[in-house]
Design a protein around this ligand. Structure first.
Ligand SMILES: [Zn+2]
Length: 134
């Protein structure tokens, strides 16, 4: 059986960062491991904000509309925390899925002047400035 990888040469350029990788390090969309991790991290970061917004809206609804008695307010706090995690997780999956579907090229690419010197790019720091070509 012909696997999809065999249609590509041994070295393939990642569509996101435009760096050349061994073909087995890329996935079907030709994203390298690092670009997938970056997209996941970004999606998770945005997901927490959505979760926070949902939780805040829910907490306001509970506080002003439901007006729980002191006895059961702990239960409502639990509901709010659960909503926060669920909304953040769902939003993360959606953001990541959207990035995958859009598959925008070269969004992780760095201009040559900002590339780290050869051999020092094993662990890129997360706060490195990135340039988007969008
Ligand atoms: Zn990449």
């Amino acid at each position: 059986m012909m696997s999809w990888r065999e249609r590509y040469p041994a070295e393939v350029t990642c569509v996101r960062c435009l760096e050349v990788w061994e073909s087995q390090e890329l996935d079907r969309l030709l994203w390298c491991e690092r670009c997938r991790a970056l997209a996941r991290n970004r999606a998770a970061g945005k997901g927490w904000w959505v979760g926070g917004g949902v939780a805040a809206a829910l907490a306001a609804y509970i506080w002003f509309v439901v007006q729980p008695s002191d006895r059961i307010v702990g239960g409502w706090i639990g509901v709010t925390v659960a909503a926060f995690y669920l909304a953040a997780r769902m939003a993360r999956e959606i953001f990541y899925g959207v990035e995958r579907v859009r598959n925008a090229p070269a969004v992780e690419a760095l201009p040559p002047s900002e590339r780290p010197p050869e051999g020092e790019d094993d662990e890129p720091p997360d706060d490195r400035p990135r340039v988007s070509f969008r």
